[in-house]
Design a protein around this ligand. Sequence first.
Ligand SMILES: [Fe+2]
Ligand SMILES: [Fe+2]
Length: 199
Amino acid sequence: MLSGFNSATLTAYSIKGYIMATKAKTRAGRVAERKTIRSQSPDRKKETQAASPSAVDLLEQDHREVEEWFDEYDELKEDDARKAELAQKICLALKVHAQIEEEIFYPQAREATKDNDLIDEAVVEHATVKNLIAEIESMEVGEDLYDAKIRVLGEMVKQHIKEEEEELFPELGPAKIDLEGFGKELAERKEELMAEMQA
Ligand SMILES: [Fe+2]
Ligand SMILES: [Fe+2]
């Protein structure tokens, strides 16, 4: 996983050059490039151990986790108990994730990128996702349209994740936002909300 940027990475890339190059690349290309940059930094391991996960790291971990749950649900045929368990995990994780993004990450990203349209769209997508979650939470596994609602939720969420990772995160750039500081804040708020919403 990615782990934010530090002063060592900035010596290799000018900020402007980095942002322009990043926009032009595929996601796979960006990941490969960051891996190369990381492996070139001798202090990397020490820094990673000391630092909190970056904001982008934490959000991407959440994205991968929920994508796996949607994929697992999709494979299930008659196992209603597992379906119910997965649906509950998906709904809780998405509500917490949406809230930490809206409370902490999006305001910072708005400030850093000045891309109001992109963040506005993301907020509207969250609202649609939350409405569908509320419908799912009011239903029982096995009811008509339950599986379809989970599937549509999965499609919407995967598209939203793609936009965040391919459009929003690259716009942040390495020096425009304190990624590691926000990572800590996001992680703490996530833990708090998880406890609150599970209570
Ligand atoms: Fe989001
Ligand atoms: Fe997200």
